[in-house]
Design a protein around this ligand. Structure first.
Ligand SMILES: Cc1cc2nc3c(=O)[nH]c(=O)nc-3n(C[C@H](O)[C@H](O)[C@H](O)COP(=O)(O)OP(=O)(O)OC[C@H]3O[C@@H](n4cnc5c(N)ncnc54)[C@H](O)[C@@H]3O)c2cc1C
Length: 424
């Protein structure tokens, strides 16, 4: 058991090292002033822009991101449960700008792949030789009857961190002891599926400490969940009788909501909750669709070696927005993709064949303070997609509590490393 924590820690370091090692870029004077625009300053885009800068100081790199401060989702479930403050999740772009990357605080609203220009919300535009799209997800407000943007102000999704995270926290604080919390989980593909069950666990932790007569019900559009036995064992051990999960085959799929009464309707029943956390279906950030890079699924198919869009020339897509096989929609994967994509873009600009990337991803789930487990995997291109290769590891089901405690520490170290990688 002791071997687990060092192994997962090594994986985090190895992920970054693997991507760095593949930066086989040979600068050529002819390409010295190539322009790369990156849209979206989250884990994928910020990591990509910084990796590009490290590879070639001469590249003209522009990062387009409307928010002045980025609010990270990983560990935001702890904010909801009152275990962490939101400012510990927030990162500015000052260090990125200090590295010589032009940071433009605007939303991209238009892309002309023929002219290779990006139109910005203030009416200006910029030109690129290569464009990297990293806009994350958009919530599908057209997919679940009753759940539109105004409904989200009553029934928060908290699936983009920031004001929504704080709204859910305030609702839990205001709830009476004995109230029902309902958590609606969509079918995939979606951003970080295990995070919904981490959230259920940490809300249960909050209820146990502050409102012990309350209950949490998970209304789930899935039958099988990630790390199912680990979650279910933890719930039995830590929160007996507090969490009920209604799976897809038990009628858990949410078919509509009524924000006026805080009611969630499923295949088999209606649930009126004091706090309703509704996570709707998702798709790639809207700008990906505007660029023509998203297909009928709402996600962006990519070439796994270069992250080039399969639909639009000179555009690469990374992070949650892309679809490249079994790659998870996680910060860990987005950061690794950002670094590997930077290497591929630099190589393409200098006429060098891109190296085959190997991406490491690790995902921690914290179910109570000092109690976490993880899953790590390595992905490589196979048959035009990313496939999981040997070396995947998951925390043992029967590990002693000290291992869970060490993994909780590892989760914090991982967050520090990944945010330093992205934001400096
Ligand atoms: C509750 C929760 C917990 C999570 N926990 C973990 C975890 O423990 N580990 C893990 O690895 N992952 C975790 N994740 C997943 C992780 O947050 C995402 O996978 C990750 O943020 C994806 O990175 P990204 O760069 O694709 O998108 P984001 O990080 O969302 O960044 C996208 C950026 O693009 C910007 N943008 C969008 N449209 C435009 C536009 N038109 N113009 C300019 N900019 C634009 C946005 O403002 C945003 O800053 C969690 C997610 C949630 C919801």
């Amino acid at each position: 058991m002791d071997a687990l924590a060092p192994r997962t820690r090594r994986n985090v370091v190895r992920g970054i090292a693997a991507a760095t090692a593949s930066l086989a870029f040979r600068p050529a004077d002819a390409q010295a002033a190539a322009r790369v625009a990156v849209i979206g300053g989250g884990f994928g885009g910020a990591s990509c822009a910084r990796a590009l800068r490290r590879i070639d100081p001469k590249l003209l790199i522009t990062l387009v991101e409307p928010a002045k401060v980025f609010t990270a989702c990983p560990l935001s479930n702890e904010v909801i449960a009152g275990l962490r403050e939101i400012d510990a999740q927030q990162f500015s772009y000052d260090r990125i700008a200090a590295e010589g990357i032009t940071v433009v605080a605007q939303a991209a609203v238009k892309i002309d792949p023929g002219a290779r220009t990006v139109g910005l919300a203030d009416g200006t535009s910029l030109s690129y030789d290569r464009l990297v799209l990293a806009p994350g997800i958009d919530l599908r407000f057209d997919a679940l009857p009753g759940y539109d943007e105004p409904a989200a102000a009553k029934m928060p999704h908290a699936w983009k961190a920031g004001e929504q995270t704080m709204l859910l926290r305030r609702q839990l604080d205001a709830m009476d002891d004995g109230g029902l919390v309902a958590l609606a989980v969509p079918a995939g593909p979606s951003r970080c599926p295990p995070a919904a069950y981490e959230r259920a666990s940490l809300i249960a932790h909050y209820l146990k400490a502050r409102k012990p007569r309350s209950k949490l019900i998970i209304l789930d559009a899935k039958d099988v969940i990630p790390q199912q036995r680990l979650f279910e064992n933890a719930w039995k051990e830590l929160y007996p009788g507090m969490i009920e999960r209604v799976s897809l085959s038990e009628g858990g799929r949410v078919t509509s909501v009524d924000p006026a009464t805080n009611t969630i309707v499923t295949d088999f029943g209606n649930y009126t909750a004091q706090v309703a956390n509704v996570i709707p279906p998702q798709r790639a950030g809207r700008i990906a669709e505007i660029a023509g890079a998203a297909d009928h699924t709402g996600w962006c198919p990519i070439d796994p070696v270069t992250f080039a869009s399969k639909l639009v020339p000179d555009i690469h897509v990374i992070g949650d927005a892309c679809f490249g096989g079994v790659l998870p929609k996680s910060a860990s994967a987005a950061s690794a993709q950002g670094q590997a994509c930077a290497a591929a873009v630099a190589n393409l600009l200098s006429g060098v064949a891109p190296a085959i990337p190997g991406l490491n991803g690790v995902c921690y789930n914290t179910v109570a303070p000092g109690y976490a487990f993880s899953q790590s995997a390595i992905y490589r291109p196979k048959d035009g997609m990313f496939a999981e290769v040997e070396g995947s590891a998951t925390s043992p089901v029967d590990a002693p509590r000290e291992v869970r405690g060490r993994e909780a520490e590892d989760a914090k170290s991982w967050f520090k490393a990944i945010t330093v990688e992205a934001f400096g």
